[in-house]
Design a protein around this ligand. Structure first.
Ligand code: GLN
Ligand code: ZN
Length: 763
């Protein structure tokens, strides 16, 4: 029996890689310094794994920016626009592809980025053209193998499999299908494998998480061709095939017939597939199984008892030496080291395991399977106790909350009247002009504002002084909004660090780590709150500032909340109950806040749900169930108010086509979305569906410092007017303005208001 993991976090326990990369980009350190930091991190990771008893230690799981971008360079998939960057300067080319480059005579945009399956990690999207060729360009995988070898560790190099690589990319022109490029891509992989096997590599891990998706026959055929070809050419190579984030599903039969040495299973996401495999007629008894029992996506301690049961089951059909204990997926998605957390309550800490602790868990589980396991029995008992404690802890379990969820009725997820009745009542109550103007919530979070919060947190600024500064900032922003003539105002969110953390800090059931960073993309990291227990709201969370802001103006002010699905999606959530149950608890807490805002005079309340789409399961057959409970949770949060109160929601992404019915089902009175970059193309989904409620298609791309001209905004609005009933149209930016500076914000918003006024005059 062996142990392995599919990959390790690479950002560094203290985000050393982030700091080094950013210093390098700012020209504060040179290439040599950066590469030295990188080697240090890799070395520490390898030694850590060795020390923890991991047998098959991965290499090439490290990356300076992103593993898909690394693969692009490995196979020479470099878009045409980078051709003016000298290829010898690999690092400059690499970061130009990641982030764009502007310098003497060169001005190239970055490659696109998108979410890695259903995680919050973003990868660089490969670009393919019709005449695409590949060549063995970057030798990073060789270099890393040798680096590990130099400290005496024979690693298992990790490669993104060719089929997943192609499927993750985008065709940049018409007239071909990217999968057809396999014929050209595979020879490059073979060249690389040749060089690796020449060095004595025994195992190569091929990541093919596309096997967790709905695939067609030609895609499955591509998988078969790929691994048959590799095996034919390298019969001695041990192919470790990794699928994760979901079952093999319909692709199982294909997977089972591949000539691979080891097949990896994500047994956290999908328990049942083990039975399917063991009972399948296609299961080759010589195939080794990598049992991914330790969760690579979450921060909870493993349940040894349950893991051992799973392994026992496998052992009924698979010989002992053919089993490998592993992480469900790469540990990239978990923070580094729980030992660094000195401020977490012991009670909570004892339920957790970060990446380093997960290595130890994997080793312990293996040792518990050995006949001579006495030394490990205390660890088993300790684990059992901690998990038992979690099942009964008063910190987690709050019967009042559980009962409230149980007692939810159908009526709780419905507004009193249907939209048309509400719309009429709201028109009366709010008296807004045609094409009302508003913003999405946040205004620029200047260095100053961030500094106040930091000082306040450190105790260098009293609550009173901090509050006074925030109050003044809110007042200024209200005056500004009135001056330029916006119709529905916001308070600006100056008091908020982050739209989920702010609420997490005020709700029961959440804990926060000090160093629990995970990579989001490149040098960007996030520190998700730890949602460990039943969620309840003890005190009002936002009423004070919203009420204050409303008191400063005659215009309607929009209360501003984060929705239940987004809070769920952007936290580490509990695994001891279904996500749906947790989501309903959050929904009730938000509902209480919504009702309170109404009680305190707010006539409009926005509940942001930017994360609804990313919660979609990987396989389409699971979508309906998810959308059903996610939409319901939103409605629970929104339905406690009277008809006259207008509920807004906001989503900042693009693809609505396949979920538009559910978006409509959320029944928000107004939805604001991101459309400016796509020239209103995205509205199509809403138009084709005959979206029934009001809608604010964004007219200002807030991701860019560029100020849109009056003319541009007008053009966008005219487009919207052609396809939507004019009584339904709102005028607003794509998203919140917190990352922008004031000067451009002011100009852009002025133009927005002017454009709306012009449109009204034309009526
Ligand atoms: N209200 C939030 C803001 O304006 C919305 C942010 C988001 O959609 N991501 O910042
Ligand atoms: Zn947004």
């Amino acid at each position: 029996m062996k142990t392995t993991i599919l990959g390790y976090p690479r950002i560094g326990s203290h985000r050393e890689l982030k700091k080094a990369c950013e210093a390098f980009w700012d020209k504060k350190i040179n290439e040599e310094d950066l590469l030295k930091t990188a080697l240090d991190l890799k070395t520490r990771n390898w030694l850590q794994q060795q020390e923890s008893g991991i047998d098959l230690i991965p290499s090439n799981d490290f990356s300076l920016y992103d593993q898909v971008l690394d693969t692009c360079l490995m196979v020479g998939c470099i878009p045409e626009r980078y051709k003016y960057i000298p290829k010898e300067n690999t690092l400059e080319l690499y970061f130009a592809m990641a982030r764009g480059l502007q310098k003497e005579g060169i001005d190239v945009t970055a490659m696109e980025m998108t979410k890695w399956f259903d995680t919050n990690y973003h990868y660089i999207v490969p670009e393919f053209e019709k005449k695409q060729t590949f060549n063995y360009f970057s030798k990073k995988v060789i270099k890393e193998y040798k680096e590990a070898l130099a400290i005496g560790i024979e690693t298992k190099p990790v490669l993104i499999g060719p089929v997943t690589f192609l499927l993750l990319g985008k065709e940049k022109e018409e007239g071909f299908q990217r999968l057809d490029l396999l014929d050209k891509l595979l020879p490059v992989y073979l060249e690389i494998i040749q060089e690796l096997t020449d060095l004595g590599v025994e195992y190569i891990q091929f990541d093919e998480p596309c096997l967790a998706l709905n695939l067609g026959n030609n895609e499955r055929q591509a998988i078969t061709t790929t691994y048959q070809t590799i095996h034919r050419q390298f019969p001695k190579l041990k192919i470790f095939l990794a699928n994760y984030f979901d079952c093999y599903g319909d692709n199982l039969e294909t997977a089972l017939q591949l000539p691979v040495d080891t097949l990896h299973l994500d047994l956290v996401r999908c328990q049942l597939q083990l039975d399917d495999i063991l009972n399948s007629e296609h299961f080759n008894k010589n195939t080794k199984l990598s049992l991914g029992v330790v969760d690579g996506r979450n921060i909870w301690k493993n349940d040894f008892e349950a893991s051992l049961k799973t392994i026992e089951k496998a052992l009924t059909k698979v010989p002992f030496e053919n089993i490998c204990i592993s992480s469900s997926c790469s540990l990239l998605h978990t923070p580094y080291d729980l030992d660094l957390e000195t401020n977490l309550k012991f009670d909570i800490k004892q339920w957790l395991a970060f990446a380093k602790q997960k290595l130890e868990e994997i080793n312990t589980i293996k040792n518990l399977c050995l006949p001579e396991n006495d030394a490990y029995l205390p660890l088993y008992e300790e684990n059992k106790l901690a998990n038992l404690n979690r099942k009964t802890s008063k910190l987690i379990h709050n019967n009042e909350v559980k009962n409230r969820v149980l007692k939810l009725t159908e009526a709780d997820s419905h507004r009193e009247s249907n939209f048309s009745i509400r719309q009429a009542k709201q028109k009366n109550a709010l008296n807004l002009p045609l094409y009302p103007t508003t913003t999405i919530g946040s205004f620029p979070q200047t260095k100053e504002v961030r500094n106040w919060r930091l000082k306040h947190k450190k105790g260098q600024l009293s609550q009173e002084d901090y509050d006074n500064l925030i109050a003044k900032e809110i007042e200024d922003s209200i005056r500004f909004q009135e001056d330029i003539g916006l119709d529905v105002l916001v308070h600006g969110e100056f008091e908020r660090n982050d739209m989920v953390e702010y609420f997490g800090e005020r709700l029961n059931g959440f804990a926060f780590s000090d160093f629990g960073w995970v990579q989001s993309y490149g040098s960007r990291c996030v520190k998700p709150p730890i949602l460990f227990g039943d969620v309840s709201r003890e005190n009002r969370m936002t009423v004070k500032w919203s009420e204050y802001a409303q008191s400063l103006t005659e215009k309607p002010l929009k209360g501003m909340l984060t929705g239940p699905v987004t809070i769920l999606q952007w936290s580490f959530v509990r695994n001891d109950q279904p996500r749906q149950a947790t989501c309903n608890q959050i929904a009730l807490a938000i509902r209480d806040e919504v009702v309170d805002l109404e009680k305190h005079g707010l006539k409009i309340i926005q509940i942001d749900e930017p994360a609804i789409r990313e919660g979609l399961p990987l396989r389409k057959e699971a979508w309906a169930e998810y959308l059903n409970w996610a939409v319901k949770a939103f409605r629970i949060s929104a339905s406690g108010v009277k008809d006259e109160t207008q509920i807004h929601t906001h989503m900042c992404y693009s693809e609505f086509n396949d979920i538009i019915a559910s978006i409509a089902d959320m029944d928000a009175d107004v939805i604001t979305i991101e459309t400016s970059r796509s020239e209103m193309e995205l509205l199509e989904a809403f138009v084709n569906f005959n979206y029934p409620n009001e809608i604010g298609p964004g007219v200002y791309d807030i991701h860019s410092p560029r100020v849109p001209s009056l003319q541009e905004i007008e053009n966008l609005l005219l487009k919207a007017k052609q396809v939507l009933p004019k009584e339904h149209i709102w005028v607003n930016p794509d998203c919140g303005l917190k990352t922008r500076d004031w000067p451009e914000t002011k100009q852009a918003l002025e133009n927005i208001v002017k454009a709306a006024k012009k449109l009204r005059q034309q009526e």
